[in-house]
Write a new protein. Structure first.
Lengths: 277, 301
């Protein structure tokens, strides 16, 4: 520490760090602290009653269950997507590559109404799917579609750079030892890609759990069936049940922090295994 | 120069395709491309096209009438205002945070970096809730604000605060890895040669990170203008007063005024497309020196 300070040539450290900390405290830490403080006005039993009410439990099942499924779908298709973008050339690739980030850039409300228009009973796809007995809009399946859309870029953008940096030597060695492509993928490439893949999966899941805008239009929002936890927070707020809303928010925040911690660990692992190859 | 820039991006895949050890049979390749493009069409292209198709379904006149309607115009003005406050504030913060984290060593740096990322993992709905708990009528500062006739929740300051929170990490997150990768030698040399801190920042650091900075700012802006969940909680949905564009989309949609909802939504979709275009340009500029390096090392003969 002292050695670092004696070598410190650049100016502006106290100002930059001071400003960073004050701004961070004002915008992020104090408001987040307010949520925890508010929930502390409840006794433990009251808190437990709120967060374990049947309707709330059902919303966890929907939010976490569907998010998990969406992240899994994204892990599979995101990997294929990243693979195709890095390894193959095909016409229009540049546009496809640029549009992968659309879910980051497109406002969630816009995505929500567009997906609803597509999958509603009279929509472009809905009119073909509903006669087959597949109702997407206004069911949990609709939530799955919205969350898959939202999470798509995470896996692609975490796996893509790792695939790009990958040396061909590994695969050449595997091929010269007689492995076919599938064996090489399973035993050589997948282990190298796994940390990035899991990071992308976790990022997509974390985003999906908190997502609101794209889901509420297509979900139908039927309590116990297709009501997500963020919507339940809003419902409680609209009924002026601030304490109830806050208690559920605390549950979601704790889950988010655990996920953030996990993702940080995964990223460290990913960087390390990237440095090794 | 032109050729050196144009070839590598498309040629990079060829390095795998031409190597016997790293290519798949044609049917596997065809199948994977088909799956990826089908997924792309279904989940990305179709929603995007739907926005414009629905917006123009009733013709140009209905489209433009929806956009020049007073409530829509005031939503546009409010969205621009909120972004014009939130983005510069987060830009200054991002630069300050990146300067402290990338150019100096101190204890707790990893923790600080994690805390800066925190807003990304908080649900937008909770972001709105936080500010209601602080500044709402029943909130901590509610009575004091009432007594002094200051409105934050259900007013513009609340929208700004919620937007600042959800777009908080964008610029910092883009700049920190970039400035860390560039090291400190150039700045240290400038200082030793007698440049002031500001001169060093403007003439050495900024030119080095300008593309990353631009990228962070446009992402921050896109999110600021498109944020829905957080502003929905603090807005109160007062027409013509506290409705941003995404909230206007919701109101019109819930009134079954689909053509108008999609017309307003198409503005936001255009903004998203513009963001992606700038992003691609920035990435392309950023890759140039890298590509030139690859070229000079020589593509395998």
């Amino acid at each position: 520490m002292s050695a670092g300070q004696s070598r410190r040539v650049l100016p502006g450290f106290p100002l930059a760090l001071g400003y960073t900390l004050v701004y961070l405290a004002l915008i992020v830490l104090i408001p987040l602290g307010a949520v925890f403080l508010k929930s502390a006005t409840l006794s433990w039993e009251q808190f437990w009653t709120v967060i374990s009410a049947p309707r709330v439990l059902a919303s966890y099942r929907v939010s976490f269950g569907v998010s998990l499924l969406a992240a899994a779908i994204n892990a599979v298709f995101g990997l294929i997507f990243a693979w195709v973008l890095v390894r193959y050339s095909f016409p229009g690739k540049r546009i496809v590559d640029a549009l992968v980030d659309l879910p980051f850039a497109l406002p969630t409300a816009v995505a929500g109404i567009a997906l609803t228009a597509i999958y509603a009973g009279n929509g472009w796809l809905g009119q073909w799917l509903e006669p087959l007995g597949l109702k997407v809009a206004f069911t949990p399946l609709g939530i799955l579609v919205a969350l898959t859309f939202i999470g798509l870029p995470f896996v692609v953008r975490t796996v893509q750079p790792v695939l790009e940096d990958l040396d061909t030597e590994l695969e050449e060695a595997a091929a010269s030892l007689g492995a076919d492509r599938w064996q090489t993928f399973q035993r050589v490439l997948l282990p190298v890609l796994l940390p990035a893949l899991l990071t992308g999966f976790a990022l997509a899941f974390a985003r999906a759990v908190g997502e609101y805008g794209s889901v509420i239009f297509i979900a139908g929002n039927v309590p116990m069936v297709s009501e997500i936890t963020p919507l339940l927070i809003i419902t409680k707020l609209e009924q002026y049940d601030y304490v109830g809303a806050t208690a559920i928010a605390v549950v979601m925040l704790v889950v988010s922090f655990v996920l953030l911690f996990l993702i940080n660990g995964l990223q460290l692992w990913a960087n390390r295994s990237r440095a090794r190859t | 120069m032109g050729a050196a820039v144009a070839t590598p991006w498309t040629a990079r895949a060829r390095r795998f395709e031409e190597n016997v050890a790293t290519r798949e049979p044609a049917w596997v390749k065809g199948m994977l491309i088909t799956i990826a493009l089908a997924f792309f069409g279904l989940f990305l292209l179709l929603p995007l096209m739907t926005v414009f198709a629905e917006a123009f379904r009733k013709g140009w006149q209905v489209y433009f009438a929806a956009l020049v309607e007073p409530d829509a115009l005031s939503a546009i003005a409010l969205t621009l205002l909120v972004a014009a406050i939130a983005v510069p504030l987060n830009l200054v913060f991002g630069v300050a945070a990146a300067w402290a984290i990338a150019k100096f060593d101190f204890r707790g740096k990893q923790l600080l970096t994690t805390l800066i990322d925190l807003p990304f993992s908080v649900s937008p709905v909770i972001a709105g809730l936080m500010f209601v708990l602080l500044f709402g009528m029943q909130g901590w500062f509610g009575p004091w604000l009432m007594a002094h006739d200051v409105k934050i929740i259900f007013a513009v300051p609340g929208l700004v605060l919620a937007t600042i929170f959800v777009t908080f990490p964008f610029v910092a997150r883009e700049l920190i890895p970039l400035m860390e990768a560039q090291g400190r030698e150039e700045e240290e040399a400038a200082i030793v040669l007698g440049a002031s801190g500001w001169q060093t920042f403007w003439r050495v650091t900024l030119p080095n990170v300008k593309w990353g900075l631009l990228y962070g700012v446009i992402l921050c802006n896109a999110r600021a203008m498109g944020e829905f969940g957080a502003v929905s909680v603090v807005s109160g949905h007062i027409r013509g007063r506290t409705n941003t564009l995404p909230l206007q989309v919701e109101i019109l949609y819930n009134e079954y005024n689909f053509a108008a909802a999609f017309a307003v939504a198409s503005l936001l979709a255009l903004l998203a497309l513009l963001t992606l275009v700038i992003k691609s340009l920035v990435e392309w500029r950023g890759r140039q020196p890298l590509n030139a390096g690859e070229e000079s090392q020589g593509v395998p003969a």
